[in-house]
Design a protein around this ligand. Structure first.
Ligand code: MLT
Length: 253
């Protein structure tokens, strides 16, 4: 598996979104490492350079890949941050190994399961990726929702980078991850039972996981604090990596 593993100190695990890869965190890792953390950010779910899981699609199979990375690297207890799909995988890890998670940051994500129309849409996307043998169509389908309006207007470098990540996503992984997300359970009860320190962080212009949803998550997790980053959409870690780094650091400390 391809994994960013940098720094030394308490471990912070960063889980990327769909349909991107570990490099989503490239602007965040240096600040965390400089502040004395060991940062582990794996590719998973067949995205980036990770292998396609052999198991049928599920968030449990995502979590199994991530747990394997932690086992191989001798990590027992850790802080965990997941962005969007990374949040879904993080919620699965809370279900499975919650006591090992010393802090939980949920970034631009959702705790509810999909509605039936959202599930149907995912299954259609999965089939289309397989039929076309390419994730290229997702650039037009997703870009306007993944990036906030200010980023789209003013940050051509970010737009080009995200377009490239999406277009290069392996179609089999796109299909697998969509089916896994479609089958994920509601996580409200699991999050209500997470007693450790928690951060709910999102772009204020996120339309996939909007601020109202973030307020609900923050009201559910007992020790959660909420931070919304102005002028930023769904992929906050790449749209304003400095603000995400600052928010994570002030919470981690
Ligand atoms: C993501 O950013 O990981 C996706 O938008 C998540 C989703 O499709 O629910």
């Amino acid at each position: 598996m391809s994994v960013i593993d940098e720094g030394s100190g308490p471990v912070v695990v960063l889980l990327h979104a769909f349909p991107v890869n570990r490099h989503l965190w490239d602007g965040v890792v240096p600040g965390l490492v400089a502040a004395g953390f060991r940062v582990i950010a794996p590719d998973y779910a067949g995205l980036g350079d990770s292998p396609l899981p052999a198991e049928p699609p599920s968030v449990a199979a995502m979590a199994a890949q991530i747990r394997q990375v932690l086992t191989e690297r001798g990590v027992d207890r850790f802080r965990l941050a997941g962005l969007s799909m990374g949040g879904y995988a993080a919620m699965q890890l809370v279900r499975e190994i919650g006591p090992r998670i010393e802090g939980l940051a949920l970034i631009d994500t959702k705790m509810a399961a999909d509605t039936p129309p959202a599930r149907d849409n995912r299954l259609a996307v999965a089939t289309r990726a397989e039929v076309e043998g390419s994730a290229e169509f997702l650039v037009a389908a997703m870009l306007d929702n993944l990036l906030g309006p200010i980023t789209r207007a003013e940050r051509l470098d970010v737009v080009v980078q995200v377009e490239r990540w999406i277009a290069d996503a392996p179609p089999a992984a796109v299909a697998w991850a969509q089916r896994a997300m479609a089958s994920r359970p509601d996580s409200t009860v699991d999050l209500a039972g997470f007693e450790g320190p928690a951060l709910v962080l999102a772009g204020a212009d996120d339309t996939i996981s909007p601020p109202d949803e973030q307020r609900q998550i923050a009201a559910t997790v007992p020790q959660a604090q909420l931070t919304l980053i102005p002028g930023v959409g769904h992929l906050s870690a790449v749209e304003d990596s400095a603000a995400v780094t600052d928010a994570l650091l002030s919470w981690l400390r």
